[in-house]
Write a protein that binds this ligand. Structure first.
Ligand code: GLU
Length: 505
């Protein structure tokens, strides 16, 4: 058994956009597969036709393509264990359902929804199990001739798993250790519905994990309650020897307060809970995505990797490949991980700093062009160089940098009141004359000349620089003054000074 090649799967149901928690689950599966030289399988669990949402499958594939998380086989990737869409595997499941029926490990149930409802009203905490199944309408209580004719007549039925009480179930979990459960608490879960000729999640999930030779089931904590039933199903089929090991990942919790992260938290606090923007085909509602919000895929991956896992060192920045090396599923926490979205923003900032000026300029250039500015790549890159350490997103650059490209047309009132003194116009006029005389308008060319003039005149350097900044920028922000004037060049610098003197007097 230890010889088996590691194979893990990500098995979403296409019921809508992939939640960010699902992305983390897939990431941890990917890291585990890659570090063990294993395979990562993409399976679509679409046996619940009522919840099927068109476009969801394509959305999920696109999300992982964007994030750089690659599958080795599965829907849209091919492979030797297909088909990988459960709706295309009906015949396979029927065979396994029959097997359980033939061996007396499952039975037909004919109870209508109304009958079940009535029973729930009658018996408190009703559960379809060893204690109650003999009061119900099923192939255990009806005569064979009777239930066989019901089926022959086309009566709808379900197939239920016959859970024998008194069994000890052990879920072997890489994160939680051995989880012990008594079979008595489990109900006779529905494994198959004749109405849509499809198995339920439980049966299809187990059969596929077995047939696809899955060795480790890594999934969200919300699936832990299903695990004991899954263990029993493996036993019922006689597949104990190849039963996957489990790892149930900690829940993602709200950024503040208790409970699990929801879309509403994102809406309320202004962060996406989906990898990509999602357009709901029914309601038309648009939900924001990490990609469209300007996050780098590497930043999202890095951020998610540290939700519920940490390397045990101070290191926070990891590339995907570094994560493959460092990740350890057994070191995941058992308790929920707070979804600190601010940390996600911090990661994006760190990745901006790590990207070259050219890369960021490539992303910033279209924004500059969209604002009607025709600038060379070289000059855009120069601005990026001066400003990128001040932003967490490329889109934040324009409001901070527009003054490099567009001369101020008005001057921030508060700054004017504070920084433009009665003598500022006179000082700026003098400064114009000083600048006029400078041949080399680089930072190194300007700075000593201007500083000397300030000193000779006995002016306060702060006063001069504040007014100079107000004239060139229109307000009190921006990088070093000579960075700005050198970028603008002599003509533009003088033009902006002249205008400020004119307007502010
Ligand atoms: N289809 C389930 C889901 O949507 C898969 C759960 C599992 O990994 O077993 O998450």
């Amino acid at each position: 058994m230890s010889e088996r090649k590691v194979r893990v799967r990500f098995a979403p149901s296409p019921t809508g956009p992939l939640h960010i928690g699902g992305v983390r689950t897939a990431l941890f599966n990917y890291l585990f597969a890659k570090q063990h030289g294993g395979d990562f399988v993409f399976r679509i669990e679409d046996t619940d036709s009522h919840r099927f949402v068109p476009g969801a499958e394509e959305y999920i594939i696109e999300a992982f393509r964007w994030l750089g998380i690659k599958f080795d086989e599965g829907v849209s990737f091919g492979g030797h264990h297909g088909p990988y869409r459960q709706s295309e595997r009906r015949e396979i499941y029927k065979e396994y359902v029959s097997r359980l029926l033939d061996e007396g490990k499952a039975y037909y149930a004919f109870d209508t929804p109304e009958e079940l409802e009535a029973k729930r009203g009658e018996v408190q905490n009703f559960q379809y199990d060893a204690r109650t199944r003999m009061q119900m309408r099923n192939s255990l209580t009806l005569q064979p001739a009777e239930w066989e004719s019901l089926i022959a007549d086309g009566q709808q039925y379900t197939v239920r798993f016959k859970v024998e009480p008194g069994q000890e179930i052990v879920v072997d979990d890489l994160i939680r250790g051995e989880v012990h459960v008594k079979s008595d608490i489990l109900d006779d879960k529905v494994l198959y519905k004749s109405a849509d000729e499809l198995p339920t999640y439980h049966l299809a999930n187990i059969v596929d994990d077995h047939l696809m030779e899955i060795t480790h089931v890594i999934r969200g904590e919300e699936w832990l309650p299903s695990a004991p039933l899954h263990v029993l199903l493996y036993r019922a089929f006689g597949w104990e020897d190849t039963m996957p090991r489990f790892a149930h990942l900690p829940l993602l919790l709200k950024p503040e307060g208790k409970g699990k992260l929801s879309k509403r938290d994102g809406d309320r606090l202004g962060f996406p809970v989906f990898p990509l923007e999602w357009h709901d085909p029914k309601s038309g509602e648009v939900s924001s995505g990490y990609r469209e919000s300007g996050y780098f895929p590497e930043a999202v991956v890095n951020f998610l990797a540290l939700l519920g896992w940490n390397p045990g060192t101070e290191q926070e920045l990891f590339s995907l490949d570094e994560l493959v090396g460092a990740f350890d599923i057994t070191k995941c926490s058992k308790s929920g991980a707070k979804f600190d979205y601010q940390k996600g923003i911090w990661f994006n900032h760190e990745y901006i700093l790590r990207k070259t000026d050219d890369e960021i300029a490539g992303l910033f250039a279209p924004i500059v062009a969209n604002n009607g500015i025709d600038e060379s790549m070289e000059r855009i890159t120069a601005v990026v160089h001066l400003m990128k350490d001040r932003v967490s997103f490329v889109r934040e650059l324009w409001p901070l940098c527009s003054f490099f490209f567009i001369a101020p047309t008005e001057y921030d009132e508060k700054t004017v009141r504070k920084r433009w003194k009665e003598y500022s116009a006179r000082q700026m006029a003098e400064l114009m004359a000083v600048l006029e005389g400078i041949g080399d308008f680089s930072i190194e060319g300007q700075e000593p000349v201007v500083l000397k003039w300030v000193e000779d005149k006995g002016y306060k350097l702060g006063d001069v620089m504040n007014a100079f900044r107000l004239a060139l920028v229109g307000e009190g922000k921006g990088p070093g003054m000579f960075d700005i004037s050198a970028f603008l060049g002599k003509q533009e610098t003088l033009r902006r000074l002249r205008k400020a003197i004119e307007v502010l007097k």
